[in-house]
Ligand binder design. Structure first.
Ligand code: SF4
Length: 202
């Protein structure tokens, strides 16, 4: 039991890779996500331990939070409930769907207008990526440029791994000082990014 609930999931943003932070932002902004975005984020959240009941609560709250004229609970239940239950194997073929790895995410068509799925290291322009990475706390220096260059060269996962190291430098140094082993392999899965961040808390 991860203890992650509909209420607390927002507290884990800093443990999420950029692709998932972007989906969480888009969901908050639009009170909606298109199909690919719903799949990418909901299976990731399932992977970090949000159970089916809490997930339905979370998605219903997000989709109906838009104020006047927004989606009703009734419409949510009619049009979306099945989709989220399906992702948990509670409908249809009762398949245990796994969270998407980076390769699956990168194999999907790039996001169009008002879509937030995909990998920002591939899908964002250099300036947009630079702006958002600085917003997360990276300094505008050679290390940031290195990440931007990696992204431009198509080395998205290396760029993502590098960002993890830069954003968590102090926590990683603390662990190393204490003799705690650190996994330095490349990020290949958003849930691996999350687990790696949670590991540094320990
Ligand atoms: Fe997400 Fe993978 Fe891209 Fe990182 S490299 S942002 S985990 S898809």
């Amino acid at each position: 039991n991860s203890g992650i609930t509909a209420e607390s999931v927002g507290m884990y943003i800093k443990d999420m890779p950029l692709c998932m932070q972007n989906l969480m932002d888009g969901l908050k902004k639009d009170h909606h996500l298109r199909y690919s975005g719903r799949q990418q984020l909901s299976l990731f959240l399932k992977g970090i331990g949000l159970n089916a009941e809490e997930a339905l609560k979370f998605w219903q709250e997000q989709f109906t939070a838009g104020g006047v004229g927004s989606m009703t609970v009734e419409r949510f239940n009619k049009e979306y409930r099945y989709n989220f239950r399906h992702n948990y194997g509670l409908e249809g073929g009762h398949i245990h769907y796994k969270p998407w790895d980076c390769r699956t995410i990168l194999s999907k068509p790039a996001p169009g207008r008002n879509e937030y799925h995909g990998c920002p290291f591939r899908d964002w322009h250099r300036d947009e990526l630079s702006f958002n990475l600085q917003k997360l706390g990276l300094a505008d220096d050679t290390r940031l440029n290195e990440v931007l260059d990696l992204s431009e060269k198509g080395e998205y996962q290396t760029a993502c791994t590098r960002v993890f190291e830069l954003l968590n430098k102090d926590r990683i140094d603390d662990c190393l000082k204490k003799g705690v082993k650190i996994d330095e392999s490349s990020i290949v899965h958003p849930n691996q990014y999350f687990d790696r961040s949670k590991y540094l808390d320990a």
